[in-house]
Design a protein around this ligand. Structure first.
Ligand SMILES: Cc1cc2nc3c(=O)[nH]c(=O)nc-3n(C[C@H](O)[C@H](O)[C@H](O)COP(=O)(O)O)c2cc1C
Length: 577
């Protein structure tokens, strides 16, 4: 027979300590930790599994205040540097967060890894040297759980330059610091991570991270496998009628003439219906995701810009030198750059999310731009991006895109869904002369004749004439809608993607706000078809999320007004007869 499991109550105790372990930075008490308690906790740490049984950890127990002050100074400097690096919307939130309790706790414990311990032939470490610090991290988890059972709080501090910390603590040079832990008795253990309580992050559901047999085949044990798109579509729901009703009621009672905030009243009601609460939270922090992709149809001479410019502009976004960066800095948003299908290889750079589905689409005047499978994969890239940005705490998703020749693809998509003639929806993109424009219209017309895309098969439309960034934008919109997060649409490519998203899931539109109207004729046609009114109309035709970024403060103002403007009864203002 199999070895027996623990009895039910013991099992529950194990799961309880796992569930109720918390990282603590607030509410520490100064009570000393008795020797026998500390010993039990260290014993638990020392019982951890380790690579080749090398037991690579050491525990440095620090109570001395002067030492802790030195370490605290290092952490403060790193905190300042980190705060400096944040977008404004995030920095505001970060200011409220405590990230260490070095001086508030009676005991600090440094956990190290010795990469030489166990000798040259440590079993399992030969191929993966990182197994030594991983083993020490397991010791930390054991310590953390045992401490929780003792009623001791633990706070892990990683705001250090690791080598600086080794020096400050006078540790042997060959050791690596794995963890710096602040330990002490606490007033309480919060039910949720402090970062969740502060709206800094959200929990990812287990279902997002379990795959069966092959990556992307999602299923919790006992469930039928499904893909990311169907999982996402299942969660897209209409605006909440109750919150919408409350929003209209509240608008009437706000100290202003009814209707005087025009479109902003509609936006704030939409935010209520979306978040199921009235008033809604101000959608901050926000992030713009810029999906980049190249286009085979570039070969047809539809733009004077060389294809390499897509990759070069990606580098510019990452370097902070583009218009989107300036606007994002102005409105405090994060810029997230995703390679959905740039033709060239892009060097790994901080801030670049490498998700290339294929190096550019094929020329859709000759055959399909991509396979259905590739279109679906690019949609998944967009869903994943939306999930990441929202669980990282963003309360609004802005669309952005970069792809030389992508207005040709946008025009073709818009023509399919609006049934308008290619000549009416094909614009001048980045600026083309009459001759190139005429060729571009012909290219779109030819592609539509070749593929006869069927608007009732939106993924087929994407595969035939779409771009990888369009497909990713579709996923991003659907992902945002599934998490009931507002999606502020940028220009013509976002308009084309929204038409496709709506064809896949009509309710997805409930999450969409048209940030602006670009001077591309196809964009106006798309917005009309979608029934969306743009917030800003300034003849922009740049892309990169610039129009959506400009609209962000308008959307935030709509929410803020609903939250902060007094009601007639509360302010003692007489209403009109
Ligand atoms: C490797 C690691 C490093 C961490 N570094 C810090 C830190 O520097 N400052 C901090 O406040 N919390 C830090 N934490 C705590 C996490 O923020 C915390 O574990 C997470 O928010 C989940 O909350 P919970 O541990 O209460 O479940 C760290 C956690 C880990 C695992």
């Amino acid at each position: 027979p199999a070895a027996p499991a623990y009895p039910e109550t013991d099992r529950e105790a194990v799961h309880r300590v796992i569930r109720e372990r918390r990282d603590i930075r607030n509410g520490f008490r100064s009570d000393p930790v008795p020797h026998e308690v500390l010993l039990r906790v260290l014993e638990a740490a020392h019982t951890a599994p380790s690579v080749g049984h090398s037991q690579p950890w050491d525990f440095l127990v620090i109570k001395n205040e002067a030492t802790r002050r030195r370490v605290h100074e290092l952490a403060e400097a790193q905190r300042d540097a980190y705060a400096q690096s944040l977008p404004k919307g995030r920095a505001k939130q970060f200011k409220e967060l405590k990230i260490e309790a070095i001086l508030d706790t009676p005991v600090n414990i440094v956990v190290t890894a010795d990469p030489t311990r166990g000798g040259r032939h440590t079993l399992g470490r030969h191929s993966q040297p990182q197994m030594a610090p991983y083993s020490s991290a397991l010791a930390v988890e054991n310590l953390w759980l045992a401490a929780r059972a003792e009623g001791l709080g633990v706070g892990w501090v990683s705001f250090f330059d690791e080598r600086e910390l080794v020096q400050a603590l006078d540790l042997p040079e060959h050791l690596e610091v794995v963890a710096y832990l602040c330990v002490g008795y606490v007033d309480e253990f919060p039910g949720e991570p402090e970062l969740v309580q502060h709206g800094w992050s959200k929990r990812r559901p287990l279902a997002w991270v379990v795959h069966e047999e092959s990556y992307g085949r999602r299923a919790l044990p006992g469930e039928d496998p499904h893909d990311l798109l169907s999982e996402t579509l299942e969660r897209i729901r209409p605006l909440d009628a109750k919150a919408l009703g409350e929003a209209w009621e509240r608008q009437k009672r706000m100290t202003k003439p009814a209707g005087s905030l025009g479109m902003l009243e509609i936006i704030s009601a939409q935010l209520c219906g979306l978040s199921r609460q009235c008033p809604p939270a101000v959608p901050e922090p926000a992030a713009v995701a810029i999906f980049a992709g190249d286009h085979g149809v570039h070969a047809q001479g539809v733009t004077p810009w060389p294809q390499e410019v897509t990759g070069q502009m990606v580098a510019n976004f990452l370097g902070g030198g583009a218009v989107c960066n300036a606007f994002a800095a102005q409105v405090g948003a994060e810029v997230c750059v995703v390679d959905a299908g740039v033709a060239g290889e892009l060097p790994a750079t901080p801030g670049l999310v490498p998700r290339k589905v294929r190096p550019g689409t094929a020329d859709f005047t000759q055959g399909p731009a991509m396979s259905r499978e590739e279109a679906l994969r690019a949609i998944e890239v967009g869903i994943d991006t939306a999930r990441d940005l929202v669980t990282a705490g963003n309360k609004a998703l802005l669309t952005g895109e970069m792809g030389i020749a992508n207005t040709t693809s946008s025009a073709a998509i818009i023509s399919v869904f609006t049934e308008m003639d290619p000549a009416e929806v094909t614009g001048r993109g980045t600026g083309i002369n009459d001759e190139t424009h005429a060729r571009k219209v012909d290219v779109v017309r030819h592609a539509l004749e070749l593929h006869r895309p069927d608007p009732s098969d939106p993924i087929g439309v994407l595969a035939a004439i779409g771009g990888l960034e369009h497909a990713a934008l579709v996923g991003y919109i659907l992902g945002g809608a599934s998490m009931r997060t507002p999606v502020i649409l940028d220009g013509v490519s976002a308009g084309a993607a929204a038409l496709i998203a709506r064809a896949i899931a009509p309710e997805a539109l409930a999450a969409c706000i048209a940030g602006h109207r670009s001077s591309e004729p196809g964009h106006a046609a798309a917005l009309t078809k979608l029934g969306l009114r743009p917030l800003i109309d300034l003849d922009l035709r740049l892309g990169e999320g610039t129009g959506a970024l400009l609209a962000l403060p308008v959307v935030q103002s709509a929410a803020r007004a609903m939250r902060e403007v007094a009601t007639f009864d509360a302010a003692g203002v007489t209403e009109k007869n």
